[in-house]
Design a binder for this molecule. Structure first.
Ligand code: ATP
Ligand code: MG
Length: 655
């Protein structure tokens, strides 16, 4: 085991403000500072310093982090400082442990109910029963609003009075869905994520002995990413603290990105008022990113209360900004960029592509898989997914005899008949969508193989897939990271690519109010500040994100080969130039006409039927079958089922 590092050495490589925060080991303290300024580092050092100087025993410390991954990393940091026994947990995990301990004693010996992993499962059928066009309301938006209500402890019966107009549907309808959701959850004997916190709060509020026991175990707290705490977490924290005043919070108001679930930076900004005598420390130096990256970040949120971030790292290459005519060109660039940064010496695990929504990931996974570049999506490998292993087993068993194109068609039939690929109605949940997307991706790989070899037979397919699976496994844990901006919070990589900076994607189309747009801007700030040395941004639609204009004025397209990474001239194979592709206008017009009619027949806005970008992609791709149509970005299973045949008819009619 690593020996504990002495108090003196713990301070050695800190700047004066960081040192001030680390040595203030008792009483309330808030550290308000920008990205990459060492906030998380201060939390771990401060805990180690407090133990070393005898301010608190290690087992009385609780370090609260935002995600399980961050908790794991915090434990690693503490281990490397020689303190294995310090506890780091999310609010939810810490609450769950307490609840599990006290639950049987308060519920006739019953164990804690199971936790509902996703609200969508219960919500989808309830939304389907809503009147008129409301039944097309995205379940994710409803789930977010329920979460927002629950963290404010607004019950369904009070929603109409206290919820305002926050819900994506009229307040009375929302209150009904919320009530029915709570009811079906109770009937299934489940607790959801917010229930864990609500139940713990009620336990500690109502049971003096339980509260005393909990407080005797942990009495010294630090909370990371405190700008995204919500009223429920805040209440829990107060209950954990009791009479103790040993609370440190760290955060960056400019990185508040969870207000849609009820988070608010007010707790961070009002900390000193709520905790008389609190010390406030700011950190101005950034230790993560090159000056070139910081300059860009500062243009996104220039004049917050903290002022601009000051660079300490050496110069790096200028961030690249591309505008592509379509998503295909952008995908080719992502592949080329991954290769280029690898060639410049960056390990794949030190590379990340960040997206606004998970639905963007399959297309990128597809492009990387076809290019033979290993990647990790939330820790899972492509060839290791259940549906892909199932599919390969099926192919090995059935061994279709066709070759080339007909072989791909035969495999597709097998997937439809045996793996339920087309069974879109049965599972509208996100898990079903991911499963379908993986199988589609596998079909896409087969299509590529068949295009390269018209005599392609099943043996060659299986051999090639085995080869790719093995190579993915070999370099997987360290593949390119694919994740959302929201998951990327607090993390850092040498090289970061931010694609699809388009109106409708970032800012996301649901963001309309100024406050919502401001949060989208903060997301971009979070994305940019994850990068240490290499950063690339691009748009791929006819309407680039308004934030791009803030970063760089539009400029003439330059052939990629003239730029390259790290200032080196490099010709990137297959790298596109930003030349607009003429869309097929007559088909696009016909699709728009169809959308107008369909939207007015259903009584919903046109974008609910299909997005402009989706129609444009359909017009470009001219798919002739349902599976081909499904490969168009924006065509999920539900849309496919509802509109697929009509869209194909429009394409047919256009010739
Ligand atoms: P975020 O706002 O993104 O969560 P943060 O403020 O928590 O960022 P850290 O992750 O703690 O920042 O630190 C950013 C990087 O800078 C880390 O790699 C960290 O090790 C390094 N770092 C922090 N302080 C110093 C320092 N005084 N000297 C050298 N490196 C430092
Ligand atoms: Mg941090």
């Amino acid at each position: 085991m690593t020996a504990a590092i002495s108090a003196e050495r713990l301070l050695e490589d800190l700047n004066p403000s960081q040192r001030e925060a680390v040595t203030a080991t008792s009483g309330p303290i808030a550290i308000v500072a920008g990205a990459g300024s060492g906030k998380t580092r201060v939390i771990s050092r401060r805990a180690a310093y407090a133990i070393e100087t005898g301010a608190v025993p290690a087992d009385q410390i609780l370090l609260v982090t935002f995600t399980d991954k961050a908790a794991g990393e915090m434990v690693e940091r503490m281990v490397s400082l020689g303190h294995r026994s310090v506890m780091a947990r999310t609010f939810h995990a810490a609450a769950l442990a307490q609840l599990r301990h006290f639950w049987p004693g308060r519920h006739d010996g019953e164990p804690l109910p199971a936790i509902l992993d996703s609200k969508l499962r219960l919500l989808v059928p309830l939304i389907g029963r809503l009147p008129g066009g409301y039944r097309f309301t995205p379940a994710k938006d409803m789930a977010d609003t329920i979460e927002w209500a629950k963290v404010r402890r607004i019950r369904p019966a009070r929603w109409v009075h206290e919820g305002g107009d926050r819900a994506p549907i009229p307040a009375d309808l929302f209150a009904r869905v919320y009530r029915d959701y709570e009811r079906s959850k109770a009937e299934a004997g489940l607790l959801d994520f917010e229930d864990m916190l609500v139940e713990t709060v009620e336990l500690l509020e109502g049971d003096v002995e339980a509260a005393a026991l909990v407080r005797s175990r942990k009495r010294w707290f630090s909370v990371d990413e405190y700008q995204d705490t919500n009223p429920l977490c805040e209440r829990l924290l107060e209950l954990w603290l009791g009479e103790s005043r040993d609370l440190a919070v760290v955060g960056d108001p400019d990185q508040t990105i969870y207000t849609f679930t009820g988070a608010t930076p007010e707790f961070l900004l009002g900390f000193a008022d709520r905790h008389p005598g609190a010390r406030t420390v700011t950190l101005a130096e950034n230790y993560r990113s090159s000056p070139q990256i910081l300059e860009l970040a500062n243009r996104i949120v220039a004049d917050g209360p903290r002022g601009a971030l000051r660079a300490t790292q050496p110069d790096g290459p200028r961030p690249a900004v591309h505008r592509f005519a379509d998503a295909e060109a952008e995908l080719r660039e992502i592949v080329a960029w991954c290769r280029a940064v690898a060639a410049a010496g960056v390990a794949p695990a030190e590379t990340a592509v960040l997206v606004r929504v998970n639905a963007q990931l399959p297309a990128i996974e597809d492009a990387l898989t076809r290019a033979g570049i290993g990647f990790t999506v939330r820790g899972r490998r492509f060839f290791d997914r259940r549906e892909i292993r199932e599919a390969l087993r099926l192919l090995r068993r059935e061994r279709p005899a066709e070759t080339g194109g007909p072989l791909v068609a035969a495999v597709e039939r097998l997937f439809v008949e045996r793996l339920g690929l087309d069974d879109v109605a049965a599972d509208a949940g996100s898990e079903g969508r991911e499963r379908a997307a993986s199988l589609e991706l596998l079909l896409g790989i087969l299509e590529d193989l068949a295009a390269a070899d018209p005599a392609l037979a099943i043996d060659a397919v299986l051999a090639e897939l085995d080869r790719r699976g093995a190579s993915e496994a070999a370099d997987s844990a360290d593949g390119v990271n694919l994740l959302t901006y929201h998951r990327a919070k607090g993390l850092e990589w040498d090289a970061v690519y931010l694609p699809a900076l388009d109106e409708g994607m970032l800012p996301i189309r649901q963001a309309k109010e100024d406050e919502e747009i401001a949060e989208e801007r903060r997301l971009l700030y979070v994305g940019i500040t994850r990068a240490r040395r290499f950063l690339a941004l691009s748009s791929s639609s006819r309407k680039p994100s308004r934030f791009l204009a803030a970063i760089e004025p539009p400029r003439a397209a330059t052939p990629r080969a003239a730029r390259g990474v790290a200032g080196r001239v490099r010709v990137l194979p297959g790298a596109p130039m930003a030349v607009p592709v003429a869309p097929d206008d007559s088909l696009l017009e016909a699709l728009r006409r169809w959308r107008r009619e369909r939207a007015s027949a259903d009584g919903v806005p046109a974008y609910v039927v299909a997005h402009d970008t989706t129609l444009a992609e359909i017009a470009d791709a001219r798919p002739r079958s349902l599976p081909a149509l499904r490969r168009v970005r924006g065509m999920g299973p539900t849309k496919l089922e509802r509109y697929g045949p009509e869209i194909l008819a429009v394409i047919d009619a256009a010739g």
